[in-house]
Design a protein around this ligand. Structure first.
Ligand code: ATP
Length: 376
């Protein structure tokens, strides 16, 4: 949504906040993107107080659904026109040990900006009845953005939260920012100390997926490689720039697993993905190894991955096997080991394109039986 249109919307929220004496700010990524002249549909709103009433007002005014309601007063709204409003209470954070989840407590906007990752993400603009008020930029984020500089807010930043290493690669790549000298040395020291290894696999997975969601993941992956951090995804993780040819992040993930060969399965299992997703990708790995047509129709993701990865496959290789147990029974065979072996061979033959129709499949099986009885 364009900035002027959005400002008109946000003015309503400012009025509502004003009535209850709370301040509300647009904060983080959207403020950065506006400075870069980019439109954004993801607006993070920080409220000095309970964001609940404001979120309800937004829903009433603009319709849509509430995506999540988490702890500590956050609400995420997806409005009917695609705009996402993320409401959160302004807070301060403290970390008890490296990579632990932070302890949070309510605080003002200044503390809320102080807990953020990079100066370019630590800016806010108050919502006012006119739309947006003046930039709050306590760490010089605007100047850094203009100088194309990525700067962590404090020396313990990556130790507190090593996911920021991956975030650094994404922002540097996406916006063409270079880490300043201090941040570069913090990244190097965090990589050397293996801090990313302290993160849970769930958090690593999230960073991997978010990197794969970039329009092009290669520039961020190249930085992670340069910084010695690709191994956090898996010790054998390998990034081929051609993986970006698919724009779907899940297809990209599948390709990553495929290029890892025998280690692909371990990689996928280690990520603790949603079950159906892991199953679809693991099926690709099995099929590439076994080279047999499947018994059942393939899930869309599996099929698409196989089609892109294995160029020149016969057209019907990925179709369900054209012969079934019933066909063999009609030819007088009884279920048993021989029966299963024949079906397995048929699946391999279909994969190689030796038959492409049901009739051809029946001819193939009769030939196979003839050859067998000839041998016997
Ligand atoms: P993107 O365009 O990649 O979504 P974003 O800046 O909107 O970028 P989010 O992950 O949505 O990124 O986070 C919103 C804001 O919250 C960030 O701009 C940053 O200020 C803050 N933030 C998010 N994650 C962290 C973190 N791990 N450490 C510190 N601050 C963070």
């Amino acid at each position: 949504m364009s900035l002027p249109a959005l400002k008109r919307r946000l003015a309503y929220l400012a009025e509502e906040a004003g009535r209850s004496g709370t301040r509300i700010f647009a904060v983080g990524g959207c403020v950065r993107d506006w400075l870069l002249g980019r439109d954004t549909v993801d607006i993070d709103l920080a409220v000095e107080g309970d964001p609940g009433p404001l979120a309800r007002t937004a829903l009433r005014l603009w319709g849509g659904g509430q995506e999540a309601h988490e702890r500590f007063g956050t609400a995420c709204l997806k409005l009917e026109d695609g705009l996402r409003l993320d409401f959160a209470r302004t807070r301060a954070e403290s970390y008890e040990r490296p990579a632990a989840l932070p302890k949070v407590r309510p605080a003002g906007i200044e503390d809320d900006l102080r807990r953020r990752d990079f100066t370019v993400n630590a800016m806010a603009r108050p919502l006012t009845p006119m739309g947006l008020g003046e930039l709050l930029d306590p760490f010089g984020g605007k100047a850094d953005l203009e100088a194309r500089r990525l700067r962590a807010l404090h020396p313990r930043s990556f130790e507190d939260d090593p996911t920021r290493l991956f975030r650094a690669a994404r922002y540097a790549a996406r916006f063409g920012l270079a880490p300043d000298k201090e941040t570069r040395s913090l990244i190097a020291s965090a990589a050397e100390r293996g801090l990313a290894g302290l993160l849970s696999r769930e958090r690593v997975r999230q960073e991997l997926l978010r990197t794969l969601e970039e329009e092009e993941a290669s520039p961020a992956m190249a930085l992670l490689k340069e910084w010695g951090l690709l191994g956090a995804f898996h010790p054998d993780f390998l990034w081929l720039p051609s993986t970006d040819m698919d724009s779907d992040p899940l297809l990209r993930l599948g390709v990553c697993a495929l290029v890892m060969g025998a280690r692909g399965e371990e990689f996928i299992r280690s990520l603790k993905l949603e079950r159906a997703l892991a199953r679809d990708i693991l099926l690709v790995l099995t099929m590439v190894q076994e080279r047999k047509s499947p018994c059942k129709p393939l899930p869309a993701l599996t099929r698409e991955l196989l089609e892109t990865h294995l160029k020149g496959l016969p057209e019907t290789a990925l179709e369900p096997l054209m012969l079934g147990g019933e066909d063999l029974k009609r030819l007088g065979l009884k279920p048993g080991r021989e029966f299963s072996r024949l079906l397995g061979e048929a699946a391999e033959a279909q994969w190689r394109g030796e038959f492409e129709t049901k009739i051809q499949a029946l001819v193939w099986v009769k030939d196979a039986l003839k050859k067998q009885s000839g041998r016997g």
